[in-house]
Design a protein around this ligand. Structure first.
Ligand code: HSE
Length: 400
């Protein structure tokens, strides 16, 4: 019998206990032995919870318990999760986590500490919740030369964009509705400003290259400037708007960013609606394959954490390899990329706007005007629109 601990008994942590309680034969079969929760660290009490008796407020009880071999860190945030994880790995316990912020920031260092102590640090649940994308990259796609990963990596923003498109509502109105329904956090900044998706694409870029993509260096834009008119004009062009995390891997380095893109309806990610996530991976032999599912949610995310527990227990005594190294990777400035752009202006009659892009395709909706440009360097576009200040906003266009 393998004994585990859970750090943080919130949504994901309680989901881990639930999955272990519900799927006993499946977990036992996969791990090769039964798995039980011995301790749960949380500041709170949980009267009436089936695991009430296992709750402790003392981290040291878990750290110093020789019976506990695997710890699920489902606290989120960097502090104190980083210190706890480091101490656990150094004490010879494996750790698995859903904590994308910690993995994006300290993943390579923690993976090295795990290797040094012949234990494992796994983080399947940190990207795409219940979509088994990290294992797929490391296993099923291991012989591929991955050159492009594009993903809808945040359910909250995909829900907001889908509703804006369906209802013609403003960003602010849909955000408020999403908060009332519990889809968006009270403090939604990490989602709507793109930081959550940034951490996830940084992890994907790191795994695909075997180096470290520093999330803080990834250009990141959110969806707060998108208007209902933008979505209508995108529709007229046979496209939709999606917040994409994108990483293009070339000989010169990585083109990586998070930003709202116009996505042609023929693109596999265009049909991903509502809170769902999807990740499209292009490999040199395989072509494009896409992975779709619930990017968040208690049981879906917990299922991925428990899959890591099973893999660790199955491989007791050795480190489950993960392709995370501390070597930094070279990022190519976004200004170098050549692509089409969609430029939009709130006031259709603004002098000079239509003349900016003579060979572009013009559309309009309400008072707003938009232009789909011919392919150009991003730095050229930025120079062209510089004089218009905040009256113009623009988005990149994804290749079909
Ligand atoms: N807040 C995230 C989302 C889920 O909306 O997708 C956790 O990563």
């Amino acid at each position: 019998m393998a004994k585990i601990a859970i750090l943080g008994y919130g949504t994901v942590g309680s989901g881990v206990a639930h999955v272990l309680d519900e799927n006993v034969p499946e977990v036992t079969g996969s791990a090769g032995e039964a798995v039980s929760v011995k301790s749960i660290l949380d500041l709170r009490e949980f009267p009436g919870d089936p695991h009430e008796a296992q709750v402790t407020h003392e981290f040291r009880e878990i750290l110093e318990d020789p019976e506990i071999t695997v710890v699920c860190e489902t606290m989120g945030g960097v502090k104190p999760a980083y210190d706890f994880t480091k101490q656990l790995l150094e004490a010879g316990k494996s750790v698995c986590t859903s904590n994308k912020e910690l993995v994006a920031k300290h993943g390579p260092e923690l993976a090295q500490i795990a290797r040094d102590h012949r234990v494992s640090y796994l983080f399947e649940a940190s990207v795409g919740g219940g979509i088994p994308i990290l294992r797929t990259l490391a296993g099923a796609l291991a012989s591929e030369r991955i050159d492009l990963i594009e993903g809808i990596l945040n359910g909250t923003t995909n829900y907001i964009l889908t509703k804006m498109e369906e209802d013609g509502s403003s960003f602010d109105a849909v955000l408020k509705q999403a908060q009332e329904l519990g889809y968006a956090e009270r403090d939604p900044a990490a989602d709507i400003e793109g930081h959550d998706a940034c951490r996830k694409i940084a992890i994907l870029g790191s795994l695909a290259t075997g180096a470290h993509v520093n999330a803080e260096a990834v250009p990141t834009e959110g969806i707060t400037k998108i208007t209902a008119d933008d979505l209508k004009m995108a529709g007229q062009l046979g496209m939709t708007v999606k917040l994409l995390g994108s990483v293009k891997i070339g000989a010169e380095g990585l083109e990586i960013l998070v930003a709202p893109f116009l996505v042609p309806l023929s693109h596999p990610l265009a049909s991903v609606r509502g809170v769902f996530n999807a990740i499209a991976v292009h490999g040199n032999m395989l072509g494009t394959s896409m992975y779709y599912g619930q990017g968040a949610g208690k049981d879906a995310t917990a299922s991925a954490v428990v899959a890591d527990v099973c893999e660790i227990v199955r491989n007791a005594g050795r480190t489950v390899p993960v392709s995370l190294q501390e070597r930094e990777v070279k990022l190519i400035p976004t200004g170098e990329a050549v692509r089409r752009f969609f430029v939009s202006m709130d006031h259709a009659g603004e002098a000079g706007f239509q003349g900016l892009f003579q060979d572009g395709q013009a559309v309009s909706s309400g008072d707003a005007a938009g232009i789909l440009t011919a392919p150009m360097k991003e730095s050229t576009l930025v120079d062209k629109v510089a004089g218009f200040g905040d009256r113009i906003h623009w988005m990149r266009v994804a290749e079909a």
